[in-house]
Design a protein around this ligand. Sequence first.
Ligand code: ADP
Length: 610
Amino acid sequence: MLAAQQKAAQKAAMASAMQAAPRVATGRSVAASRTMSMGGARPMNAPAVAQRAAVRRATRVLVSAIANGATAPVEKTSNPMNIVFVSAEVAPWSKTGGLGDVVGGLPIELAKRGHKVITIAPRYDQYSDCWDTSVVVNVDGESVRFFHAIKSGVHRVFIDHPWFLAKVWGKTGSKLYGNRSGSDYIDNHKRFTMFCKAAIESVRALPFGPGEDCVFVANDWHSALIPLIIKDVYQPRGQFKNAKVAYCIHNIAFQGRFWPESFKDMQLPQSTMSKLGFIDGYSKVFDEKNPLDDDEKPSDSWSGPFNKLNWMKAGILAADKVLTVSPNYASEIGSGPDKGVELDSIIRMAGGAEGIVNGMDVTEWNPKTDKYVPVKYDRNSVFEGKAAAKAALQAEAGLPVDPTAPLFGYIGRLEEQKGVDILLSALPKISNAQVIILGTGKAKYEQLVKSMATKNPNFKGVVKFSAPMAHQITAGADFILVPSRFEPCGLIQLHAMQYGTVPVVASTGGLVDTVKEGVTGFHMGAFDPDRLNPADADAVAATVSRAAQVFQTPKFREMVKNCISQDLSWAAPAKKWEAILEEVSRGCTAAPAKKASVPTPVQKQIPVRA
Ligand code: ADP
């Protein structure tokens, strides 16, 4: 991680299915069908009666399917676009966090809506399902090839060059950017400049590419040069004249700050320096030569000024539209230097960011089909299914197998951003509950998590990256704790709700937009971004106690049902993405109404209660 980013990470580190107006076979919405059948103004005739009965049947099937986790039928666009996502990660091929999930899942839903969608990511590994296109382009003297697969209607393009393949021998982990967090590869500016330039060339070089008439979606600092190069290099030459670029911020703590000397390696015109240039107060850029130690805290004090390049700043300034992954995070990052990590004024200058809450992968995370769940369940069998999952989890973790003990889970990186230090400080104040923590991260937190059980037999810490265990905790815990200091969107709470597990969250970023106090979860308030504040540990303990008191009451059962009855898939977010991209690329006047038809999860009506 880079110096200023680490500082930032510590400062900042330290946020209905029915709603989608499901369509029945006649093309009318369910609501419209109901209104018609209740109106009764027209004379009855046999075909009309039969038709209404069919509509009612279809509606019943649909409502029940949606209540059981299916998503509404996809609306097709009448306005297809060529959409090109450029990203350093794309799940399942490469992923270190939410970025990979978004670029894995959202394009599939946009393709279902009728758009031509391409994702472009580096080829970090020998992906067995991707083929060499034999198309080669020259980028600043380097030969770059393209690999390709079509999956679920999306063209997946992988940029092949030894700077990616030779460095990274696996799909996940910080190795994509460095050997470990806080120790970025020394040539990352060269790697990702080449990546951006090759990505732009690929859309006109590949036979299945859309050519120059497309809308790019660039993501985070790694592809922030896409808008810059389109606007400052290609368009002045009369190329990509109609192309537009949306730029999405998944985590503003990672900005791509580099020393100005790196500019010569990037081979960009001098004019781009006006957008890339940045001044901060930090004397280091953390990389392999200047790694950040676990316990090291970059100085809080300004010791500059230091001239830097800031890729994210350039991306924000050059883009046609700035997006992020939740409305609340969008307002936070424009609110001030702490939450905006010193880019708040740039975001305001660009007209602000627009937030769209992420969807989640409802195929991988589905209690009805989850291979790690002992008794599969849906909303109708959620209490039986969760009871079995809880007993299995308690047994496997070595916790007392006790259905009456409220069980709180935590899954995530063991880092300050996620507030694991706050949770660990709160543990001695928690007496009436079981707690299980699963995670990997900083050595000091791994040590504390490992020793949890020695302090209290109701606590268990598991230090490993384990998808099976993550699924078991998500299904088997009664509550999931998300005590993040900042959280652009957050997936853990979405996964939890999908399994009828009630989230207990810090009131920040996307957690505010996805968890409704007393309805789908509990809020703990916002935490001190800079330090471990004893009042925050108290707030965690107090909210755990509050949630434990509600456990097993009728209110708790209603909250469980509320959680599991939501449609948290990509269907609704994709509709909002579509509206925004239409607005960006075509100035579409219908976009505001389409956007307004997709409220954030906390504003949605919960479809079914029992
Ligand atoms: P971030 O991207 O900031 O790390 P998110 O909440 O967006 O956080 O996503 C974290 C993802 O990583 C989730 O899918 C979660 O289940 C998974 N995960 C985190 N830690 C672990 C772990 N130790 N074992 C298995 N899965 C994990």
